[in-house]
Write a protein that binds this ligand. Structure first.
Ligand SMILES: Cc1cc2nc3c(=O)[nH]c(=O)nc-3n(C[C@H](O)[C@H](O)[C@H](O)COP(=O)(O)OP(=O)(O)OC[C@H]3O[C@@H](n4cnc5c(N)ncnc54)[C@H](O)[C@@H]3O)c2cc1C
Length: 470
């Protein structure tokens, strides 16, 4: 029987049988891209524009990875984004593709209705009118500033000096210097009381790197609005994939099991319905989250530092549970359907048409420890928990509930996590995650300072295209 190494050598030799037409193709330089999420798709799309031969190998039967829109099981007018939902108006690279493919945008959270804060069993309407009388031990100054005032002073304030770096692809140095503190330590250092920290961060995980949250804040500060692609964000990877499909440049159902390189080429070994196959090129781009790529690089000649980040890069568990409501009963009360809570359903968002009489979705969006708790439940219990939490925050939810859809990113075998997570001291992983190693290049949101965004995936792809084309 052929072992793996022999198989690889034989397959590679066959792939490189000297044939005149192959030489012409090779002269164009061939790039094998592993992973058909936004990073892999945009990388292939841009390389082909430059005249490279690029092929994407995608394990699933659909493109887009963490950009996934669910429609089945919901009212025909509704769609549920299990992953990427909002496009900030500052994400110019994402918006450039939206424009290039003529996709229609709609505002995300267009109306000016009030959000709810659910804290210690009570609901408070936030952001409109006077600050609620929070049931907390706050100092007179903290009470005077209120929730929004404290967030502005203690989270946004330290970023004033960094505003100019809002569009730089490099993680700003002052942020790296703050990367030793957890969020709690960072706020305590500035003198905030324990209860004030609870109020500012309702429901959030305070053990995260402060620098990671500030990086997110930095983005939010320069953002004045968000968009969504009308009809579903999956149209964006769909449009890129269509271009590649027309050129035969994407193969679905191809699970890559190994990535390697030697002095003159790089390759991906994959399994598909027809068996095993090696695809060789001048370069390979890994556009896979490290969560699912940890065991693929045994033959890739990677440096010890690269092997360490691939091994140690963490991912947030993320769950989204969508409750279809027979009408958007929160709107006539002046509420937006958005809430931050200290319940397992940490935050609620709502999605639906303008009229409150039409069906809409209440979406529970849970990241971190609470997602682990949800993942420990069976599906039925997850939905029941979410309905109970929705009822506590938006009384009437139980009565209007019609149907549910759920997504756990930790349970998705192609992802094993929702978003790259950086604990204190780990933001410095990003440049190492991104660094090329010989003929193998690395793209994906975890390699970008816009980690956790579509823009991160696209920016990383553009960086890799420049590296290959240098
Ligand atoms: C819950 C959630 C909310 C988000 N919200 C937003 C938002 O509001 N706005 C925003 O801009 N971004 C958001 N994002 C982030 C955005 O979705 C990601 O940053 C981006 O889609 C990542 O793209 P990628 O190409 O780096 O990775 P992925 O999308 O993960 O692509 C990797 C691909 O590799 C494939 N693959 C895996 N293993 C193999 C294998 N062995 N062989 C072959 N193929 C394989 C997978 O099937 C997948 O298609 C969110 C993400 C999540 C999870």
């Amino acid at each position: 029987m052929m072992n793996r190494r022999n198989f690889l050598a034989a397959a590679a030799a066959a792939a490189f049988a000297p044939a005149p037409f192959l030489r012409a193709v090779e002269a164009k330089r061939r790039v094998v891209i592993v992973g058909g999420g936004l990073a892999g798709l945009s990388c292939a799309y841009e390389l082909r524009k430059l005249g490279f031969e690029a092929i994407v190998l995608e394990g699933q039967g659909r493109p887009g990875g963490r950009v996934q829109t669910l429609r089945e099981g919901l009212d025909p007018g509704l769609s549920a984004e299990t992953g990427a939902t909002r496009i900030p108006d500052t994400h110019l690279m994402t918006l450039a593709y939206v424009r290039e493919f003529g996709l229609p945008l709609e505002p995300f959270k267009g109306d000016d209705l009030a959000d709810v804060v659910h804290l210690r069993g009570q609901n408070y309407v936030a952001g409109h009118g006077p600050e609620p009388d929070w049931p907390l031990q706050l100092t007179p100054e903290e009470r005077r500033l209120g929730r929004a005032g404290m967030a502005k002073r203690y989270l946004a304030g330290p970023l004033e000096q960094l505003k100019g770096s809002g569009s730089s692809p490099i993680v700003p140095r002052p942020l790296l210097e703050l990367d030793h503190y957890t969020l709690r330590q960072f706020l305590e250092k500035q003198g905030l009381s324990t209860d004030a920290i609870e109020l500012v961060l309702v429901g959030a995980d305070t053990s995260l790197s402060a620098a990671l949250l500030l990086l997110v804040e930095l983005n939010e500060q320069v953002t004045s609005g968000y968009f969504h692609i009308r009809g579903g964000n999956d149209q964006l990877p769909g449009a890129l994939a269509k271009q590649l499909e027309m050129g035969g440049a994407i193969r679905y159902g191809c699970r890559v099991t190994s990535i390697g390189q030697d002095d003159s080429s790089a390759w991906a070994l994959m399994e598909h319905a027809g068996g095993q196959e090696a695809v060789r090129g001048d370069y390979v781009v890994s556009a896979l989250p490290f969560s699912v790529a940890r065991n693929l690089f045994a033959e890739a000649r990677l440096s010890a530092e690269k092997q360490r980040v691939i091994r140690e890069q963490k991912y947030f568990p993320v769950d989204k549970i969508f409750l279809q409501m027979q009408k958007q009963f929160w709107k006539p009360k002046g509420q937006s359907g958005f809430a931050n809570t200290d319940l397992i359903s940490e935050r609620f968002w709502s999605l639906g048409p303008e009229s409150s009489e039409e069906r809409g979705l209440l979406l529970s969006y849970v990241i971190g420890g609470n997602a682990v708790k949800l993942d420990a439940m069976d599906l039925q219990s997850r939905v029941q928990q979410t309905i109970a939490d929705a009822e506590a925050v938006f009384p009437g939810a139980r009565e209007h509930f019609e149907a549910a859809r759920a997504k756990s990113w930790s349970e998705d075998p192609w992802q094993r996590g929702g978003l790259s997570r950086f604990d204190p001291g780990e933001l410095s992983f990003i440049p190492v995650n991104a660094r090329r190693e010989g003929r193998i290049f690395f793209a994906g949101e975890h390699t970008s300072r816009w980690n956790g965004w579509m823009q991160g995936a696209i920016e990383s792809a553009h960086r890799v295209v420049n590296e290959i084309n240098a």
